[in-house]
Design a protein. Sequence first.
Length: 149
Amino acid sequence: MMNNTTVTVKKVRPGARAPVYATPGAAAMDLCALLEAPVEIPPGGRVSVPTGLAIALPSEAYVALVFGRSGMGFAHGVTLSNAVGVIDADYRGEIAVGLVNHGEAPYTVRSGDRVAQLAVLPVCRASVVWAEELPPTARGEGGFGSTGR
């Protein structure tokens, strides 16, 4: 069963496109660039791409997470500069998407291009409790690669 909630979206600049789910089964909405002119990201370069949108989450019980688009990452090496963007419930500024080009060729972003995905999720705020020991598990302290391929 799907959980539904309402996110209030504001255009902070003319021409902004509403975030939309590309398919009925999509877990995240596409975010589009809102640029006055195309922006080229050279190999190794980073840019901040505005969307022209600001959002209001329904309460502090939600967070909006910005994820990269798999096609941009796989085909062109263009990913989010911070892996995952976090939009807290009390943020009201314009959503901007930091992109980095890990590829070998320049990548051009144009206004209207889908540059990221926005997922709205419930928040679980954890309490921190100090302990001298942690409960044991079968894995224990096994780190990177300890569970096999």
